[in-house]
Ligand binder design. Structure first.
Ligand code: WTA
Length: 651
């Protein structure tokens, strides 16, 4: 059961939609009725808002459950959906992306024409490099327009992209490249973060240096101009290739079930899972939720989703959802506090952002920096706020509404996952009376439930496990290369239901309160990390014999990584002999994790302990370590092989 009860329902204030908002909203109450009457026709109708090259007849094929096929006999092209259709509608000269680099004054406005031209040329470059429909391309880029272009260029030729977050270390990049058997990597010399040029290309070089990788070419975007090593015959400059490439390229119609992307996410084992998504169903739900939950309107809105394109939120609510709708967006390269803590609000003011979609961790950081910072900017353009990635505590929700949304903008808390592809539980801002801290109700067309251990729906007011009862268009189609892992992870816990891995409660009004993970996955600043992956990185260090990692509550980041390690006997002995302090080794271990996985995985605390709490069968009892990490009373130790272990650890 979920350990985190701090977000439990409380008699909170609720906020009905503002009248003018409700009148103009895309998402209306009748969507709930339509979906309830006939779910499949409802989804077919949403799908037909997209421009299909060939219309579909079959809506859902669930005969091979849990492997779904949606709109399978239809054909479309994701790049056409996101670009060509807007140009053909005569909107080519409108701005698609206001790109803002981190160094002040560094900006670029790209129209739909500009993006289409670049995407066509990039598609031709990939074709010349031998990439074909079905091949995989790894993308390892900072938040620059080329990231969007690279993704859409893959989609345009039916290649599957695997975007790897730029904060991942070489070995994590290599694991992902190998698992997807990527032929080409698209990277950059570096990007700007926290006021300086931060290199990326050396990570690709390090990832590939052992040889034996499936990669034949590396395309390198010049962003920072920093020195790069060059492997002749393998490395190519993006700008040189694009300059020579033909500007003609017809988007090829693809079957609806063409794999569109793979995105790796942490699971309960050390090996990340390649979550893969296909085209027609994914785009349908991405565009539908962007339209109804984020209420996006082309020609009117300026949307800003602050996520990195390396995460699913960036895929669905920067690239595919808003671009399918043809909405103008902001894309920002850097951190919120560079060069000053008002940077985000300055951007909102400058571009007249109307819809802002961000994560609770960013909201809590802004709260901590102080109300006077956003108060110094004109944020009156904002009409809707969104939150994603972790439970949002009611205080942060209310602050967000009051200080960023002028006390009037609806705040939509949206629950979904890499696996679900698009939003699943979220209010409709023109319909739902908002309750701070709860993602509230499934979006029309989605069937979620909270069930007990035996898979029975819990009564209102009770807690249990969050499940999805019916297939949905944007659902993952599997774990790349591992169908059994797909069944085991998501479909074996409860018969016929998708188990999300989250605990949840349903209140007396039927609102769902997501409480957090019930498995060994942590959520740090909205990033998913696996305890096992960090443990295996720690054990990979020469000094460490064994490691146990837990996620402990943290006021800033939601959860924080806390590790307990046992040193190898000879290392411990040698250190005891010379009276070595722990601090230096602890710092070295933190750096080691950062190098192996990436800075986001760096433990907040590492404690060197003589023993770990284990059951008689040798299983580490993380629950007890979590108690220690959170400074709580240590729970029941009676099943420990050696109950005195906890006394040592607490000391
Ligand atoms: C958590 C991010 C509470 C949850 C889109 C889920 C949330 C995991 C919310 C997925 C929310 C995401 N309220 N918890 N609104 N949104 N989560 O795959 O634990 O990076 O299972 O997808 O984040 O994280 P992922």
């Amino acid at each position: 059961m979920a350990q985190d009860t701090q977000h439990a329902p409380e008699p909170a204030a609720s906020y009905p939609p503002p009248a003018e908002f409700a009148t103009a909203a895309n998402g209306t109450a009748d969507l709930y009725q339509e979906a309830a009457q006939d779910r499949e026709s409802f989804w077919a109708e949403q799908a037909r808002r997209l421009p299909w090259h060939t219309d579909f007849e079959e809506v859902l094929d669930w005969s091979e459950a849990p492997f779904a096929r949606w709109f399978a006999d239809g054909e479309l092209n994701a790049s056409y959906v996101c670009l060509d259709q807007h140009v053909e509608a005569g909107r080519g000269e409108e701005v698609a992306i206001h790109w803002v680099g981190e160094p002040e004054g560094d900006r670029l406005d790209l129209t739909w024409n500009d993006l289409l031209d670049r995407t066509r040329r990039a598609a031709n470059v990939l074709l010349e490099l031998g990439v074909r429909a079905g091949d995989r391309v790894a993308i390892y880029l900072p938040m620059i327009p080329e990231a969007v272009v690279a993704m859409l260029a893959c989609a345009r030729i039916g290649a599957t992209h695997s975007v790897v977050f730029g904060g991942f270390a070489p070995s994590a990049l290599r694991t992902r490249i190998d698992d997807a058997e990527a032929k080409v990597v698209i990277t950059a010399d570096g990007g700007y973060r926290k006021g300086k040029a931060s290199a990326l290309k050396p990570n690709v070089d390090a990832a590939l240096e052992d040889g034996g990788s499936p990669v034949s070419k590396v395309l390198v975007v010049r962003r920072t101009g920093q020195e790069v090593d060059w492997v002749e015959g393998r490395d190519l400059w993006w700008h040189e290739q694009l300059a020579e490439a033909s500007r003609e390229h017809e988007a090829e119609p693809m079957p609806a079930e063409q794999p569109l992307f793979i995105l790796y996410t942490s699971g309960t084992t050390g090996k990340p899972k390649g979550i893969f998504h296909t085209t027609g169903g994914y785009l349908t739900q991405a565009a539908y939720t962007a339209r109804t939950v984020l209420d996006l309107k082309p020609g009117q809105d300026v949307h800003w989703c602050t996520a990195d394109v390396g995460w699913v939120t960036g895929h669905t609510y920067i690239v595919y959802g808003p671009m399918a709708l043809g909405v103008t967006q902001v894309l920002y390269e850097g951190t919120p506090d560079t060069p000053h803590k008002g940077r985000w609000w300055e951007i909102v003011e400058q571009f007249g952002v109307t819809v802002l979609y961000t994560a609770p961790t960013a909201i809590r950081a802004a709260m901590k920096w102080g109300d006077d910072i956003p108060a110094g900017y004109d944020l009156s353009s904002i009409r809707l706020l969104g939150s994603v990635g972790e439970p949002i505590n009611p205080e942060a929700w209310t602050w967000y509404r009051n200080h960023i949304g002028a006390g009037t903008a609806p705040v939509v808390d949206t629950w979904w996952q890499t696996e679900t592809g698009a939003m699943m539980i979220a209010p409709l801002p023109g319909v739902t009376e908002l309750v701070p801290g709860s993602a509230q109700v499934p979006v029309p067309g989605i069937e979620v439930d909270v069930v007990d251990d035996a898979g029975r729906s819990v009564a209102d007011g009770e807690g249990g496990y969050l499940v999805v009862r019916e297939p949905w268009p944007a659902m993952l189609r599997g774990v790349w290369g591992d169908p059994q892992r797909f069944r085991d992870t998501y479909w074996s816990r409860f018969e016929g239901m998708y188990f999300a891995g989250d605990g949840a409660k349903r209140d007396e009004d039927g609102n769902v309160w997501v409480l957090g993970r019930v498995d060994d996955v942590m959520n740090v600043s909205g990033h998913r990390l696996s305890t096992a992956e960090i443990e295996s990185a720690l054990v990979g260090h020469d000094a460490v014999a064994e490691a146990a990692v837990v996620g402990a509550s943290d006021p800033g980041t939601g959860q924080a990584v806390v590790a307990y390690v046992i040193l190898r006997g000879e290392v411990a002995q040698e250190r005891a002999d010379r009276g070595a302090e722990d601090a230096e080794l602890v710092e070295e271990l933190r750096q080691h994790v950062s190098r192996e996985i990436g800075p986001i995985a760096r433990p907040r605390d590492i404690t060197i302990v003589p023993e770990l709490p284990k059951t008689r069968s040798g299983k580490i009892m993380r629950r007890l370590l979590r108690d220690v990490a959170e400074g709580n009373e240590v729970g029941d130790v009676s099943t420990l092989a050696d109950p005195t272990v906890m006394d040592h650890i607490r000391r």
